[in-house]
Write a protein that binds this ligand. Structure first.
Ligand SMILES: Nc1nc2c(c(=O)[nH]1)N[C@H]1C(S)=C(S)[C@@H](COP(=O)(O)O)O[C@H]1N2
Ligand SMILES: [Mo]
Length: 318
């Protein structure tokens, strides 16, 4: 595993903090103005759903989620990504400009009270946004720290109203080889699919992401809607989601289909369980030359360890 990153970021490490506090105040004022405008001028429309959504950022930070290290500078984050729909290189930001996140529809189906299709902007209206600072750990052993904006996955579950018989939530990326040339490769089992149990989906940490760094999500990070499961390896955090299905059977996930001996369904972070081809004992912190020891459940054991009580026969850590 080779990580070549320039260190040349000269911003003070946590400069994002005071700035977004300032911006939050400004966005509260802007929201007040928009509300007043709406009351006076019914029928005034924003130029596009995306512009309308943009006024929701930056969202108020949920201070319950704190970090033990600085945020990864935005430029480092957007220049080192995994988005196989746009190629297997880490430098896919310009290729991902072909993604069209607006308009965007999310299908909700399977074991739900009422299957339906929702416009992405209607999700934004229904589910209040907040900002959370999370760590992200790729199975390749690099890591980053990101200010995500979004809503708890549990809020989405309540919105979708699954039936009691639903055992898993399956999340699927768009399928459009014209928009995503990587999907022309027959080597991969497109579309990208991930899944979690209902207990995982409703855990407080599971987060549906619509923005990062106080702005709507850039294409390369999986616009307009991606997952963040900070206690699991990054491949679980599926990007550019178009379909969410509530199902009884465990979903056949993209990486587990491709390499069942290397990538499992659970994929919980554990320093003591190596990947078959490399150690997971430590992680390389993106944008620095530093490594840190990997933590069990990526440091989130207090919130999630009890999800796995008594699951003896399961491969929880691959
Ligand atoms: N649809 C889709 N989702 C995906 C991937 C992908 O290739 N396609 N890569 C995964 C992997 S391996 C990681 S580490 C994260 C990377 O997210 P980032 O590029 O925003 O850092 O996205 C995950 N979600
Ligand atoms: Mo990853």
């Amino acid at each position: 595993m080779l990580i070549r990153q320039r260190r040349g970021w000269d911003l003070p490490e946590l400069s994002a903090t005071p700035e977004s506090v300032f911006l939050n105040r400004r966005s509260v004022l802007a929201a007040g103005a928009a509300f007043a405008g709406g009351a006076l001028g019914a029928g005034v429309r924003f130029p596009s759903a995306r512009a309308e959504g943009a006024s929701l950022y930056p969202a108020k930070r949920n201070e319950a989620y704190t970090l033990d290290r600085p945020l990864t500078p935005e430029a480092d984050n957007t220049n080192y990504n995994n988005f196989y729909e746009y190629g297997t290189s880490k430098h896919v930001a310009s290729a991902a400009e072909a993604l069209k996140p607006d308009p965007w529809t999310v299908t909700i189906d399977g074991l739900v009270e009422k299957p339906r299709q929702v416009a992405f902007e209607d999700l934004l209206k229904a589910l209040p946004l907040e900002e959370r600072l999370y760590r992200h750990r790729c199975v390749e052993a690099w890591s980053m720290t990101v200010p995500w904006t979004g809503f708890p996955l549990k809020a989405f579950v309540d919105y979708a109203k699954p039936l009691g018989s639903a055992k898993y939530m399956q999340l699927q990326t768009f399928m459009d080889p014209k928009m995503a040339p990587g999907q022309k490769s027959f080597f991969y089992p497109w579309p990208y699919i991930e899944g979690v149990t209902m207990a995982e989906a409703t855990n407080e940490l599971a987060f549906m992401v619509t923005g990062a760094y106080g702005k709507p999500l850039p294409n390369v990070m999986g616009a307009p809607l991606r997952l963040a499961l900070p206690w699991k390896y990054g491949f679980k955090s599926v990007k550019s989601i178009t379909k969410i299905s509530f199902v009884e059977e465990r979903p056949k996930t993209f990486w587990a289909a491709l390499g069942p001996d290397e990538y499992g369904f659970w994929a919980n972070v554990n320093p003591a369980v190596p990947h078959p081809r490399w150690s997971q004992a430590s992680e390389a912190i993106l944008g620095t030359d530093d490594r840190k020891p990997t933590l069990l459940y990526n440091g989130y054991a207090a919130q999630v360890a009890s999800l796995y009580d008594g699951m003896k026969g399961e491969n929880l850590f691959m």
